[in-house]
Design a protein around this ligand. Structure first.
Ligand SMILES: NC(=O)c1ccc[n+]([C@@H]2O[C@H](COP(=O)([O-])OP(=O)(O)OC[C@H]3O[C@@H](n4cnc5c(N)ncnc54)[C@H](O)[C@@H]3O)[C@@H](O)[C@H]2O)c1
Length: 291
């Protein structure tokens, strides 16, 4: 049976209040959506609200928003640890940790509580949309909306249709991206989509260059910044993304494509084993003293 999509979207749900979920909530609230942000962790919700307040204050200082706009945006955000409250949402974006079983579980629960026409989007950066969608009874209304970090400053949303995603769902997500002030670009449901298929192997190759003694860490970064006009060198970027995340994506590309060219560099793997995860652990290719 064909179900009409819920429209127009006014109440937006977001599951997962990490750095991505918080960023999406902020952008949506500034764009005028009522936002329900949920997480399993109360402390995580508090951290998300703190980071949103902090970022909105910076936009206020810069003159990008005025006091009334900041106050109105904050008023539009509500938080909860109860996933079932998404029953009132017109569209829900799942942005919990990158774990297939956890994401499938969340989508299954959302499928049970949300109205039939509601689209369930996922912000996965590497998992198959088709596999996630198959956890629900509405695979035609499941789609990938892959935001970039930091969400308030990055223009792109990769729109990824799974095997069963309907054209109506695609159109609705493209329209939503525009209402969020972002630019949607579509690609197909293959490992790493386009962004991570290109970005993470480039980072991996930069690590190989250091591993093989071709150049120092600083030299690799300088060459890409000054020679290719990259705003940040690949190794500094790896520290920002998290070296563990880089290894996970390389392994996913390696498994998904079965091509040895995607093998993670042994140096990258070793650094993760040693707990050097980049900025979040205080040490990666560079040192990040606390504060
Ligand atoms: N970090 C990036 O650069 C980036 C970029 C694009 C997309 N993504 C994707 O966005 C998603 C979130 O990434 P992040 O960087 O915000 O991660 P994060 O670790 O900062 O946050 C994940 C959040 O999910 C919550 N969570 C865990 N299990 C949950 C559950 N069962 N129900 C509800 N919440 C749960 C955690 O408490 C945490 O607050 C991932 O799928 C990731 O791949 C990340």
């Amino acid at each position: 049976m064909k179900t009409t999509l819920a429209s127009p979207i006014e109440q937006l749900g977001i599951v997962g209040a990490g750095q991505m979920g918080a960023g999406i909530a902020q952008v949506a609230a500034v764009a005028g959506f009522d936002v329900l942000l949920t997480d399993i962790d109360d402390a995580g919700l508090e951290r998300a609200l703190e980071s949103i307040v902090h970022d909105l204050d910076r936009l206020l200082e810069k003159g990008d928003l005025n006091q009334d706009e900041v106050a109105a945006a904050l008023k539009r955000i509500t938080t909860s640890t109860h996933l079932k409250e998404h029953s009132r949402c017109d569209l829900v974006i799942e942005s919990a940790i990158e774990d297939c079983d956890i994401k499938r579980g969340i989508l299954q629960q959302l499928d049970n509580v949300c109205s039939a026409g509601v689209v369930l989007a996922t912000n996965t950066s590497s998992l198959s949309i088709a596999r996630l969608a198959s956890a629900t009874g509405r695979p035609d209304r499941v789609i990938g909306m892959h935001f970039m970090l930091p969400v308030p400053r990055m223009q792109l949303i990769e729109i990824v249709c799974g095997m069963e995603t309907s054209t109506e769902t695609r159109d609705l997500s493209v329209d939503l991206a525009g209402r969020l002030g972002k630019t949607p670009v579509e690609c197909r449901d293959f490992p790493g989509f386009v962004s991570n298929r290109l970005l993470i192997p480039m980072i991996n190759e930069a690590v190989f260059a250091v591993y093989e003694g071709v150049a120092s860490i600083e030299a690799v970064d300088q060459i890409m910044q000054l020679g290719m006009n990259h705003p940040m060198g690949p190794l500094r970027l790896a520290d920002l993304i998290g070296l563990d995340t880089c290894v996970t994506v390389m392994r996913m590309l390696h498994d998904g494509m079965g091509d040895p060219k995607y093998r993670p560099c042994p140096l990258l793997v070793k650094m993760v084993e040693a707990g050097r995860l980049g900025r979040k652990s205080g040490r990666g290719f560079y040192d990040y003293p606390s504060g």
